[in-house]
Write a protein that binds this ligand. Sequence first.
Ligand code: FES
Ligand code: FES
Length: 169
Amino acid sequence: MNKENIRLRVNKRDYQLEIAPNRLLLDVLRQDLGLTGSKRGCDDSSCGACTVLVDGEPQMACLMLAVSYQDCEITTIEGIACEGQLEPLQRAFCDEGGAQCGYCTPGMILTARHLLAHNPRPTDQEINEALSGNLCRCTGYVQIIASVRKAIELLEKQESGVAAAGQGG
Ligand code: FES
Ligand code: FES
């Protein structure tokens, strides 16, 4: 199959690639860009382990042809830490046991990030609904919900710290 030159923007970085047009975004991220945080957990688009954000929306990278996403801002789990610091959802999943084997965790965190961006104070039911497409074999989900709750607390503290610093200045 002929290859195509494509341009992908991932985690605020631009990449030029020569790939076959039938390559899946998940494979290009993992194999060509070395971004192995996004996982393949199933063969039937049912697990959510491959979730990435495309223009801020959660999408399953195992279903997407890379060539179709050239004008999009793609974010993987590798792109959300800030200056080497875990972001609040990452911190909370570590602290609350939301990540056990960790296989589902990148997809969970990116989906939860989308939820909190649109609904900063979700109910447990809303968290459950938002994460219903992301499967976990380890945690029973209790720790995952607790992790999202903890992240909300951390984000609120972060916001009140920023507001206090603004008033102090
Ligand atoms: S690998 Fe399971 S939904 Fe994509
Ligand atoms: S932590 Fe193992 S699959 Fe979710």
